[in-house]
Design a protein around this ligand. Sequence first.
Ligand code: GRF
Length: 208
Amino acid sequence: MLKIVVCVSGGGTNLQAIIDGVARGSIVNTKIVKVISNNQGAYALTRARDAGIEAVCVSPKDYENRADFNQAFIQEIGKDEPDLIVLAGFLVTLPAELIRSYGNRIINIHPSLIPSFCGTGYYGLKVHEAALARGVKITGATVHFVDEGMDTGPIIMQKAVAVKEEDTPETLQKRVMEEAEWLILPWCINLIAGGKVKVEQGRVLISE
Ligand code: GRF
């Protein structure tokens, strides 16, 4: 059984896709043991509780300094000894110590085809604004392992989404979620739960 902790900051539609995938059986052999948010008001926490999953808030705002927050966050994660940490719209930089101790056991979903429109400052609608400003015809989403860089870890899966001439950042964000994010994040978790994903020399290999 793959024990996962999901970290969220906002609405939690990606979290919902994971919850639904586990319930429907499209994600097998997986249990969401906890959902952690940095934001007490995140609707994602309600989604978790509605599904009977423990949901907690650990916010940098509640600690005097970053080191204290990092320690509290690491402690909260450690309680459950998860096999995998899933960042599903989590807007807080993870403690480097956590990334080191969970090598290739943390994944993130990013709403573009990495290496386009990623790295510092590219989050939320800004990603889609930048894609439209550049005039790309294809965008999409990427699931990748998390390393100490910003969106630089090994890529597990990507899915392309066509950009339409009439797209606004909002319509593009919605389509990237519907056509890419909500599909590939659950799919990747299922592959990891099935022991089908390995990393060799910085590249991900997926076995059938
Ligand atoms: C998604 O676009 C995800 O790719 C990004 O943050 C957003 C989270 O949305 N990292 P939600 O909270 O899952 O609805």
